[in-house]
Write a new protein. Structure first.
Length: 431
């Protein structure tokens, strides 16, 4: 039975007790024998309901914390097949007047219309691209090199040797952040704020009782976009490698923006990431005692479950790998013995973890780094399912070269389920 139904039943039983107490039918204002019997029965039933509510609340909270199974598809096998076969190259080309007639874009047009019908409305007349296009392949080594598509027309079919720019490592999803797909409208995720408490009592004494408190974590659509330029020849190619490159360019750029926002965020129009979440813990990561204190803080908060790991940047790694656990005692070893592990837990290293945080007592000096520890399953990244692609073949610079300018917009949000699941040192001095 759901908690809501149990609470409604509890309220009805309490109302019945109050009614009997207000209208006693026995002698001298006492309850009658029949009323006393019913009163005791209702009292026992209330105790059972309170126990059920406590158990169900605990199970619901554990279920929310559990590792979720990625659910793919929309329940329509035929439409799922069309989503997987969607061509981003063709979708872009169909919005270029003199290219559209040379490319078969029937699938892309119909898929976009179906996504529109299902509620994913383009904000400015663009085409809707399913998220499956970007999640279909895991790509980390493709992006424009010399010019916008100028060197991409494969004469020897060497697209798999394309030279990527050097990008910061994306880490939050790999650390265990939960992905919520297919969101529609604003989302409120319920959670238990405070549970009932158990207490020992003397014989014939009454329990004090404590009501449960509930809260919610809200997610609202926010938009992140990227502009890129593609050559005419590139859009005319049918090579799978070219399709892969176009997908990867948008996927990597937008994913980088989400990764940075998940870690910090909080800027203009950005979601609040872990470091911008109120009431997360704090510790001194420059000492071994402080590092162990971070583990203790998470354990004391009952958050030491799920996907526990560290996140930091290369500057902090250098500092920790050159700092002894005990000053002057080389035998004790260094705080960080290896590049990807700290105090027994995985340490993910990326320049997406900031190294330009404000220094304490010197607001004009922004050279502090962050070291974060926590249960990354309590970081939520929500997608509103579709990316909007809009092509401008008449943008001045691109038009003169025969290229097209393409804008991609992704609607997403980020939230932390439990602030207690994270602790951070945001004043780490690496100089």
């Amino acid at each position: 039975m759901k908690i809501k139904d149990l609470k409604e039943k509890r309220a009805r039983l309490i109302a019945e007790l109050r009614s009997m107490d207000a209208k006693p039918e026995g002698e001298s204002g006492d309850l009658s024998t029949e009323q006393r019997s019913r009163f005791d029965a209702v009292k026992a039933e209330l105790a059972q309901i309170d126990a059920q509510i406590e158990r169900q609340a605990f199970i619901d909270d554990m279920d929310r914390r559990a590792t979720g199974e990625q659910i793919g598809g929309c329940g329509d096998g035929r439409f799922d097949t069309e989503l997987r076969s969607f061509s981003l190259r063709a979708a872009i080309a169909m919005m270029v007047p003199d290219l559209a007639q040379n490319i078969d874009t029937g699938r892309e047009r119909e898929v976009s219309q179906e996504l529109h019908r299902r509620g994913f409305v383009p904000s400015s007349g663009g085409i809707m691209v399913p998220m499956q296009v970007f999640e279909q392949r895991v790509i980390t080594t493709t992006a424009p090199g010399g010019g916008p598509g100028s060197n991409l027309v494969a004469t020897d079919h060497l697209g798999n040797q394309y030279i990527d720019i050097l990008r910061a490592r994306m880490i939050t999803r790999g650390l265990g952040a939960r992905i919520l797909s297919g969101l529609v409208g604003n989302v409120d995720i319920p959670g238990l704020k405070a549970s009932g408490t158990a207490e020992w009592i003397a014989e014939n004494a009454a329990l004090t009782g404590a009501d449960q408190e509930f809260r919610s974590v809200s997610m609202t659509p926010k938009h992140v976009g990227a502009l890129t330029e593609f050559s005419r020849n590139m859009l005319l190619q049918t090579s799978p490698d070219i399709e892969q490159l176009i997908r990867a360019d948008f996927a990597d750029v937008l994913a980088q923006a989400l990764d940075k926002a998940s870690i910090k965020g909080g800027g203009n129009n950005e979601p609040d990431g872990v470091l911008e979440t109120a009431n997360i813990g704090s510790f001194d990561g420059s000492t071994w005692a402080g590092v162990l204190g971070a583990l203790e803080d998470i354990g004391v908060a009952n958050a030491d479950m799920g996907s526990l790991a560290w996140a930091t940047n290369p500057k902090v790694v250098r500092k920790l790998r050159s700092t002894l656990k005990e000053s002057g005692d080389a035998a004790a070893g260094y705080i960080m013995e290896g590049p990807n592990s700290l105090a027994g837990y995985t340490a993910a290293v990326s320049n997406n973890v900031p190294s330009n945080l404000e220094s304490a007592g010197s607001p004009s000096t922004n050279d502090n780094s962050a070291l974060i520890f926590g249960n990354w399953q309590d970081l939520l990244i929500g997608y509103w399912s579709a990316v909007e692609i809009l092509v401008n073949p008449y943008e001045t610079t691109a038009y003169r070269k025969g290229n097209v300018m393409v804008r991609g917009l992704l609607t997403a949000d980020i939230a932390v389920r439990h602030a207690e699941s994270f602790t951070a040192d945001t004043t780490f001095v690496t100089g």
